[in-house]
Design a protein around this ligand. Structure first.
Ligand code: HPA
Ligand code: ZN
Length: 337
């Protein structure tokens, strides 16, 4: 089964590029940029990656991003992630970046997006991995700051498929960003939002009703509300679930308790994603393997998780068709019905 999982074609829809910064690259960039890190070495950094909730992670995550200064740094970060995609048979990926994490410390919006975008284009050409880029607003910052960020994005709209909402969910509900999301939609961007990770099921409703999201990031708290679970199943609203992240941030105590397969069996469009792989213990294969060890999914369930991600991807008809074809070929070759 582990071999089957490693070779399974995959689509990733929930990945913060800043969260793919491995300690090794962090040290390399710190040296290149003459920055002193609060860790003596790579091992000490990894040792600090023990979290008890979302906020305890975010504090360390934002600090790590301080080593990213130049376009080349953002390129190298994104390229390293794409190499992991290649190794894990990720065919298509839709990644988040947090412009405010960088503009807030004097790095230009353009520096970040140029580096990330050029790596994604090279990944398409040289690795055959298709991709999309989603810009997230930090929800602990103000509505005004989100509007400023949207303004800075205007020269780059052709490079963005949508906007998202991340950072501290508790105390910063979707309604705070209803107006800026409305403007983003008016500019032709799709919308997604983190909701129901640590926060209540009502945040999932509000993301759908007030932000008009096309996908919900995480969403695992939907099980607090059976009517919501029913609605998500009926509408096939995708949930970008992140199993290892949920364990590291104590959303579930143990992987054995995770609800992803029960939601899958209820007909929800759940998908598997790595969120912040450098901090949470692994990339796409690691997430599938961890689910496998704890919950013993069938081959049909595993392929359905990729089928859902293809259904939920922000791609044109031809790209979606070609992704389905690759998955169907794999299934046929591996006796999956
Ligand atoms: N939740 C909220 N904000 C984030 C996350 C997450 O899992 N990862 C990076 N920013
Ligand atoms: Zn996330």
């Amino acid at each position: 089964m582990e071999d089957f999982i490693r070779h399974l074609p995959k689509v990733e829809l929930h990945l913060h590029i800043e969260g793919s910064l491995e300690p090794e690259l962090m040290f390399e960039l710190a040296e290149r940029n003459n920055i002193t890190l609060p860790y003596a070495n790579v091992e000490e950094a990894r040792e600090a990656y023990h979290f008890h909730n979302l906020q305890s992670f975010l504090d360390i995550y934002y600090q790590g991003a301080n080593v990213l200064l130049t376009e080349r740094d953002f390129f190298d970060l994104t390229w390293a992630y794409l190499m992991r995609c290649k190794a894990d048979n990720v065919m298509h990926t839709e990644i988040f970046f947090d412009p405010q994490t960088h503009t807030g410390r004097g790095i230009a919006f353009d520096t970040a997006i140029n580096g990330i975008y050029h790596a994604l284009r090279q990944g398409e050409k040289e690795l055959g991995i298709t991709s999309q880029l989603i810009m997230c607003f930090l929800r602990h910052l103000s509505e005004e700051a989100a509007f400023e960020t949207l303004e800075q994005a205007k020269p780059h709209l052709h490079r963005l498929v949508g906007v998202g909402l991340d950072s501290s969910e508790l105390g910063h509900p979707p309604e705070k960003f209803a107006r800026v999301f409305a403007e983003a939609r008016a500019l032709g961007l799709t919308t997604v939002a983190h909701a129901g990770e640590e926060g209540p099921a009502s945040n999932i409703y509000d993301a759908i009703e007030l932000l008009h999201v096309s996908r919900v990031d995480h969403g695992v708290q939907c099980t607090q509300d059976p009517a919501l679970v029913e609605l998500l199943a009926q509408t096939r609203m995708p949930l970008t679930v992140c199993p290892l992240s949920n364990i590291k941030l104590r959303v579930f105590d143990r992987m054995e308790d995770h609800n992803i397969l029960s939601l899958l069996d209820k007909g929800l469009c759940v998908t598997v994603n790595s969120d912040d792989p450098a901090f949470f213990g692994g990339y796409m294969n690691d997430n599938f393997l961890a689910l496998n060890r704890a919950l013993s999914p069938s081959k049909e369930q595993l392929t359905q998780l990729t089928r859902n991600a293809i259904e939920a991807a922000f791609v044109d008809k031809d790209t979606r068709q070609s992704l389905h074809q690759k998955l169907d070929d794999f299934s046929a070759n591996h006796g999956v019905h």
